[in-house]
Design a protein around this ligand. Structure first.
Ligand code: ZN
Ligand code: ZN
Length: 359
């Protein structure tokens, strides 16, 4: 998303608040992200106002809305004037996707057969340096960074090459996966660690002492999770009161993002040309997300499980420098990190990286 949409969202929120059109107790940064997302999708299609209104009414972060569509239209028009020309570049190309009836039928068919909505992390709360469980629950939680949930007699993972502790990048409680996410395993805990001395790539760390990658992914079974470690200290813990520090983030819930079509050519599009505007409006998001379609380069193939050769199921995409605070790379180039799990054996968790689509 271009910075222009965030600026526009900031203006919209600012004006709504100053005119008393809405009441929200949530921090502006959370609201702005959601509003920016809605506007980036809907303004180019020409239905910015109704989409914004629907989002405001449905959002749990907004307590009250006092605006009607006409008031929102005024706010949106004025906010757009304050965002310099060109900053909303993706809208410049964007007229409503329309064409011949055949185009429309194809677009409908594509959306019916191929569209998937990613799930985006929301309501991040920081955890304390000692916390390895959800603050209000005895279960492990889904989180980016912070203290990992360890089982009894397990010590914090260390890098077998340099011996340093590895940093937790992400932890996913599979029993809390949203029901709409299609994934074969819904139990246990997936964790991803990284040796911060080495670039985050799935290739070899070094040849000095061992041949492991610098990124390590694992799955803990429900039986193991019933016997947690007494106390876990995150070796990378930061002062929870230090606002400048990169705090761990606990995921409270996953919100549905706009539907996406796959970046990889598929049956329908390989047989028929598709309106490029439809593809642009449905291209896979490049940020941290569960499910949806991977935003990898269009020729990418789903990797196979190295342990058993079965297809890997794509689970989570990680943006370089995103919520995991990790700058993934592949052969020295900025990359998306991807977590996969074997379709048949849950223990087989795999991390791969793919060049980040820069354009
Ligand atoms: Zn290391
Ligand atoms: Zn496998």
């Amino acid at each position: 998303m271009t910075p222009g949409w965030k600026k526009l969202a900031h203006q919209v929120l600012d004006q709504c608040r100053s005119r008393g059109l809405l009441v929200a107790s949530a921090p502006s940064s959370i609201l702005e992200e959601g509003i920016a997302d809605v506007l980036a999708q809907s303004v180019p299609r020409g239905d910015g106002v109704p989409s914004l209104a629907r989002w405001l009414l449905a959002s749990d972060d907004i307590d009250e809305v006092f605006a009607d569509d006409a008031q929102l239209a005024v706010v949106l028009r004025e906010a757009m004037k304050r965002v310099p020309d060109g900053e909303l570049e993706s809208s410049a190309t964007a007229e409503p996707v329309a064409g011949t009836p055949a185009d429309e039928a194809l677009a409908r068919q594509l959306m019916e057969h191929w569209a998937r909505s990613p799930l985006l992390p929301d309501r991040h709360d920081t955890d304390g340096p000692q916390r390895h469980r959800c603050p209000d629950d005895s279960k492990p939680c889904s989180k980016f960074g912070g203290a990992a949930f360890l089982v009894r007699r397990q010590t914090w993972p260390t890098c077998c090459d340099c011996g340093d502790p590895m940093r937790l990048l992400v932890q996913l409680d599979l029993s809390m996966l949203p029901p709409e996410l299609s994934h074969p395993h819904r139990q246990g805990l997936v964790q991803l660690f990284h040796c911060t001395r080495a670039p985050a790539t799935p290739s070899r760390h070094s040849t000095r002492r061992c041949h492991t990658p610098s990124v390590f992914a694992c799955w803990r079974s429900p039986a193991e999770l019933r016997d947690p470690a007494e106390r876990v200290d995150d070796p990378f813990a930061v002062d929870p009161l230090d606002e400048g520090a990169e705090q761990p983030l606990v995921v409270r819930r996953w919100n549905r993002g706009r539907p996406e079509l796959p970046a990889t050519p598929h049956e329908l599009t390989s047989a028929h040309p598709v309106d490029p505007r439809l593809l642009a409006a449905t291209s896979p998001r490049r940020d941290d997300k569960l499910g949806g379609w991977p935003a990898w380069p269009s020729q990418s193939q789903y990797p196979q499980c190295k342990e058993c050769g079965t297809a890997l199921s794509y689970l989570l995409q990680l943006e370089p420098g995103g919520l995991s605070r990790c700058h993934f790379e592949v052969e020295g180039v900025r990359a998306l990190g991807m977590l996969f799990q074997c379709s048949t054996v849950p223990e087989h968790v795999a991390f791969r990286s793919f060049p980040y689509p820069e354009h």
